[in-house]
Write a protein that binds this ligand. Structure first.
Ligand SMILES: [Zn+2]
Ligand SMILES: [Zn+2]
Length: 382
């Protein structure tokens, strides 16, 4: 196992950081490395997320932090299982839900749903996130993609009631209240507590005969095909919301939403800078000196000719207007900027060699003329 990094170092805070500072550092990192939004590979992102979550788990708890400060990793390690990491291992799931809002509810929902108190009041279903990679060409042209989204849906046979043919009756154990009172005898007297009815799970209703399609749960796991319209000019990291395409609601509540999170793949030839694009154009020494034409590919896939002005320097920038990316949902386009590079022939022909030698002689004359001028100047100064 690789050596564990210091928890303070992992979160990038000082040893004297306040709980607020720790929380804020964790929020920032958790947003960056959450495996469902991170641009890193799944393995890397998961490892990072696990590392920062562990660090936060310890440093956000005053007692654990004290133990860690005293004994280091050895003091707190036993609290984490080796490997077998799951989102539900962490007690600060609420912070996570807080950070990501309901956007990632579906991801953390597995653990949350079981612990969810199912009162009889309607509740919105979990929202889901779907990661979609698109190309820079897609940003230019926009496109419509059909995606398959697994989610839960209200059972059509029982209309979500869980009873065969939709038949449900008042729960006999809680008399339809959904909650039961528990009495515990203690040396100090009887303690009363209220909890969800174990028979109807807090719904107040029960099915004498369970629906066969959903086995009495009122919901089924299905996969829906959803058509997503990706607008021209969309930003990397943008989220497209599809209302009601998430998990089914509870007790007649509405379904959650689906969020499609866009990540734009790197392009080998073009770099994006807002609505502008950057690329390179390669030319020769003679064209840089004398001026000339070069051809350059645009993201549209066409090859166009650009003129190199006489005296252009290596690293100079040519502007091809209107060949950048569109503004979001508009036809206005940014520019393409091409950085000038020079092609040095590695196997010059005999004629090239001869001409270059002549050129070198000519350039040599210029520099020696400069040198002799400099020498005479220096001599004058003495
Ligand atoms: Zn059903
Ligand atoms: Zn009940």
């Amino acid at each position: 196992m690789p050596e564990q990094r210091d928890y303070y170092e992992v979160l990038g805070v000082s040893k004297t950081a306040s709980p607020d500072e720790i929380k804020s550092a964790y929020r920032t990192l958790a947003k960056k490395y959450h495996p469902d939004v991170s641009t890193e590979s799944k393995e890397v992102a998961e490892a990072k997320f696990k590392e920062i979550s562990e660090a936060y788990e310890v440093l956000s708890d005053a007692e654990k932090r004290q133990t860690y400060d005293k004994y280091g990793h050895a003091g707190v390690n036993s609290q984490f299982s080796n490997g077998g990491f799951s989102w539900d291992d962490f007690t600060h799931g609420d912070d996570i839900n807080d950070i990501f809002g309901d956007i990632f509810g579906g991801i953390f929902g597995g653990g949350r749903r079981q612990g969810r108190s199912r009162s009889n009041s309607p509740a919105t279903g979990e929202s889901l996130a779907y990661n979609m990679q698109i190309t820079l060409e897609d940003v230019l042209n926009g496109k419509t993609v059909e995606i398959s989204v697994p989610h839960s849906a209200t059972c059509p046979d029982c209309k979500g009631t869980g009873g065969k043919d939709g038949k449900v009756e008042r729960c006999t154990q809680c008399n339809g209240q959904g909650q039961v009172q528990n009495v515990t005898r203690t040396p100090f007297g009887n303690m009363m507590s209220v909890s969800d009815c174990p028979r109807c799970h807090g719904t107040g209703r029960m099915a004498t005969e369970k629906c066969l399609k959903c086995h009495g749960t009122g919901r089924n796991n299905i996969t829906s095909k959803i058509s997503i319209n990706i607008p021209k000019g969309i930003d990397d990291g943008a989220r497209i919301r599809v209302a009601g395409a998430g998990d089914a609601g509870y007790n007649g509540g509405s379904a959650g939403d689906l969020y499609v999170v866009i990540s734009v793949k790197e392009n080998k030839a073009f770099e994006r800078d807002g609505i502008n694009l950057w690329s390179e154009v390669t030319t020769t020494y003679s064209r840089l000196v004398l001026g000339g034409e070069e051809s350059i590919k645009t993201l549209d896939g066409e090859t166009i000719s650009v003129s190199i002005p006489a005296g252009t320097q290596i690293g100079g920038v040519l502007r091809i207007s209107g060949k950048g990316l569109p503004k979001l949902n508009q036809s206005v386009r940014g520019n393409l900027y091409a950085r000038v590079r020079m092609d040095i022939p590695t196997k010059p022909t005999a004629l090239e060699k001869e001409l270059l030698a002549k050129l070198d002689g000519e350039a040599g004359k210029k520099t020696s003329a400069k040198k002799s001028k400099l020498r005479s100047k220096l001599a004058d100064m003495k």
